[in-house]
Write a protein that binds this ligand. Structure first.
Ligand code: TRP
Length: 337
């Protein structure tokens, strides 16, 4: 049986938070346990350089993200788990793709367009002010990530769908120009059931809004942050609306159906915000205590993490190197026998 190849990348610029866990990490780890799937999960650390020129931040984030996935039980015998920057074939493929990718396609990328729009709104003479080639052409790097391993399914957030379509475009063009089935056309998978978690201020939990709850914050910090979640001014005893309530949403994301139903009832019966927050803290802490301990142990043993990632890179390169050979041949860069 040929396994479906599922691949996704995590940009290494931040510290994993509850929103990342519910929206991406948890479903990815679950999917990696499916025997009909071969999963490729990697730290998109070359992508990190586009947004972040703080070496320490990038370095720290890579370690934290790796430790997080391992602490939460990613089975690295099953899934291929690696750092993008350990696979030199990826930037090489990026160049081959750059040479078949229309510039006009990149002009239409959302991230680039948003940066241009910001410049225009700020009245800047140069619409490209402050925009690097990295930002402009990053969909090509992302296409290389995906096409390198002939991934069929790419789980991503909505904002990334366009990039997968661009990868399909490049794959099709390359196949056509060089007359072969070199690349599989990938598909974006957006799981409608996976929740976008709200953050401390009620907006989407996101590093850019500075409203996150780090997944492995200490117990004390976790309690402090849960207490900061924005609620309204209803008093204890007054019935509350569980829908459209960030606190309830986070609670439900971790609770069993029965626990969530019971909390819903308590809302209707007028539970006080202080009490609801205590219950949320207890629930989160119960779920996170053990992985938090594993996380801390892993963070103290970076050599172990390094070894796991190098093993992953070795497996990934065992596929990337022959693929790259074939592609070199295809474009006229093969060996003289
Ligand atoms: N750009 C993606 C993001 O910001 C991360 C990413 C990089 C990725 N390469 C990828 C996701 C390849 C899926 C496949 O979320």
């Amino acid at each position: 049986m040929t396994k479906t190849r599922v691949l996704t990348g995590i940009t290494t610029t931040g510290t994993p938070h509850l929103g990342n866990y519910v929206g991406a990490i948890k479903p990815a780890i679950a999917a990696s346990q499916d025997p009909s799937v071969q999963s490729y999960y990697f730290m998109a650390d070359l992508h990190a350089l586009i947004k972040c020129q703080e070496p320490q931040r990038v370095q720290e984030s890579r370690l934290e993200i790796a430790a997080t996935w391992l602490a939460l039980g990613l089975d690295t015998d099953n899934a291929i788990f690696y750092r993008q920057s350990d696979i030199p074939e990826i930037p090489e493929l990026t160049w081959l793709l750059s040479c078949v990718c229309a510039k006009g396609l990149m002009n239409r990328a959302h991230a680039y367009k948003a940066a241009v729009a910001e410049n225009e709104a700020a009245g800047n003479q140069d619409p490209d002010k402050g925009i690097t080639m990295g930002l402009f052409s990053y969909p090509v790097l992302m296409a290389a990530d995906i096409l390198m391993f002939n991934a069929k399914k790419v789980p991503v957030g909505r904002d990334q769908i366009q990039h997968i379509e661009m990868a399909r475009d490049m794959a099709g063009r390359f196949n056509h120009l060089f007359k072969g089935q070199y690349f599989t056309l990938p598909e974006a998978v957006v799981d409608e059931r996976v929740e976008v978690l709200g953050g401390l201020d009620g907006r989407k939990m996101s590093k850019s809004y500075n409203n996150t709850i780090p997944l492995f914050a200490s117990e004390k910090k976790l309690l402090k942050l849960v207490r900061k979640i924005k609620t309204n001014s209803l008093e204890p005893g007054e019935p509350k609306d569980p829908d459209n309530c960030t606190l309830f949403q986070i609670y439900s994301a971790f609770a069993t159906q029965e626990e969530a139903d019971a909390m819903r009832q308590e809302y209707l019966e007028g539970i006080g915000w202080g009490e609801a927050k205590n219950q949320l803290f207890e629930l989160l802490n119960e779920h996170l205590r053990e992985p938090r301990e594993r996380y801390q142990a892993l963070m103290e043993d970076p050599g172990h993490i390094e070894a796991v990632l190098l093993k992953g890179a070795e497996r990934a390169r065992a596929e990337a190197a022959p693929m790259m050979d074939r592609l070199r041949h295809a474009v006229g860069l093969g060996r003289f026998h």
